[in-house]
Design a protein around this ligand. Structure first.
Ligand code: DLL
Length: 435
């Protein structure tokens, strides 16, 4: 049994959670219908009235919202209350098109920060801890969300934001940071930078890391845990629903508990929209149960994962979601085969390589080309052409057995692939430029 930020709700009997959800959804659908014309139109088109929603079982009657709806409605169409009641906006990075702008009332911020506080306490955080937040601060939700959570727990908060790795390391060592919050790719980079400066994992005071905002594999978890001498926990969220803290890992490290008193989760078949039973893999859909500023109902995240209600040894009763495999739009189709970057990461780390890689896909003479650039680690480095070729062939074979197709592997010298301070760019798909 672990520590909880809000024990009563985090360990509530399932019937109690369901009772709260049922009570909230009735109010929330009415609120959205009355305040968000865009969604009211979608409900009217589907012939659903607020009175039809009597419990969370009825959520499946509601229309979906997609990223496309948010684009069409940019910036105000999904706003749930007068702007004068809102105190903040946050926004996505906009790498895949139009930015999403999300609005928050003070109550929304408090709820969001509480969710982050639950995540920090779940990894053992208390008011004795020094919490170093190196997610970006600003429009990105990572920094502000974990900063707020860290304050609520009473940790000494180091609001570092991302980048300036020298300074990160100096503060980490001088002020004895015990909890590190950043993307997993940046955590790996910090680990590598500490080693380069001659620090061993036991030289830092860190005990836990809260890493999310991008997909990462179990192999990556083990590699970060080793390099920093910590336990590495996953955290998930998205700007549209609030930010980090929609779900978080506990000491069991077997998936993330969804804060179900605020977010109702469904997994659907992305093709048909049909709700799938627990345990089946599909697209995650969230309904916010009590948000005021940006109250999305049935929002399709495009993240592919599995839900599980198996009892958890931490005592929390919230449903757990698996690590997202990656977004459905991260999935590459190469020569007709579905490939996720996470599969490539798994092979590389299992074969003893570092998590520094880049995937380049292109189309030449109507054929897909598939290249993976992988760094040697300093101790593996060789400049003998025959050695390199043997290793490249071995890796191609290992990839082929995982993926069904073999990429062309290019082993490159240590440090030649750009490091990430935020979300890593793993894939360059040049086919999109020609289309
Ligand atoms: O990435 C919020 C966040 C900040 C989460 C800090 C965790 C920590 P967005 O920029 O809107 O928000 O991106 C959301 O990132 O739909 C997923 O595809 C991906 N993502 C977020 N967390 C994870 C995770 C923030 N733990 C999108 N594992 C989501 C895999 C994740 N993917």
């Amino acid at each position: 049994m672990g520590n909880y930020y809000q024990k009563e709700i985090e360990t509530a009997p399932r019937e109690e959670i369901l009772r709260i959800q049922n009570e909230k959804i009735v109010k929330q659908v009415k609120y959205v219908y009355e305040n968000v014309a865009y969604y009211r139109d979608l409900m009217d088109k589907k012939g659903v009235k607020p009175e039809d929603i009597k419990s969370v079982d009825d959520i499946k009657k509601l229309p979906f919202l997609t990223k496309e709806d948010l684009r069409k409605g940019y910036p105000y169409a999904l706003l749930g209350t007068d702007l004068k009641n809102c105190v903040r906006i946050q926004s996505t990075s906009g790498t895949t098109g139009q930015r999403v702008v999300s609005f928050y009332t003070q109550k929304d911020i408090d709820m969001w920060e509480e969710c982050c506080a639950r995540a920090i306490v779940a990894v053992g955080g208390t008011d004795e801890d020094v919490c170093q937040v190196c997610y970006g601060y600003g429009l990105f939700t990572g920094g502000p969300g974990l900063n707020g959570g860290s304050h609520k727990v009473g940790c000494l908060t180091l609001p570092m934001s991302s980048g300036n790795t020298d300074r990160q390391i100096q503060f980490m060592m001088d002020l004895g940071a015990t909890i590190l919050c950043c993307t997993p790719s940046y955590a790996a980079y910090i680990g590598e930078s500490l080693a380069e400066r001659g620090y061993k994992p036991e030289d830092n005071k860190l005990k836990a890391g809260i890493f999310g905002a991008e997909p990462w594999t179990e192999e990556m978890r083990r590699s970060i845990e080793k390099s920093l001498g910590i336990k590495a926990y996953d955290i998930y969220g998205l700007t549209e629903t609030s930010g980090p803290g929609v779900s978080f890992e506990c000491e069991e490290q077997t998936g993330m508990h969804i804060n179900e008193d605020h977010f109702y989760a469904e997994v659907i078949d992305p093709e048909t929209g049909e709700v799938l039973p627990e345990g089946e893999k599909g697209e995650l859909v969230f309904t916010s149960l009590d948000k005021e500023g940006f109250p999305l109902l049935r929002y399709r995240t495009r993240d592919i994962c599995v839900l599980s209600r198996k009892p958890c040894s931490c005592g929390r009763t919230f449903v757990k979601m698996s690590k997202p495999l990656g977004r459905s739009d991260d999935m590459m189709i190469i020569r007709g085969v579905n490939v996720f970057p996470s599969q490539i990461e798994t092979v590389l780390l299992n074969q003893g390589y570092t998590p520094n890689y880049q995937i380049v896909v292109d189309r030449k003479n109507n054929n897909d080309t598939f290249d993976v650039y992988v760094e040697f680690s300093p101790d593996q480095f060789s400049d003998k052409v025959s050695d390199i070729q043997v290793k490249e062939r071995e890796l191609t074979a290992a990839m082929r057995s995982m993926l069904g197709i073999g990429p062309k592997i290019h082993l490159v010298p240590p440090k030649s692939i750009e490091r990430s301070e935020g979300k890593a760019v793993r894939v360059i798909d040049k086919r999109k430029l020609h289309d």
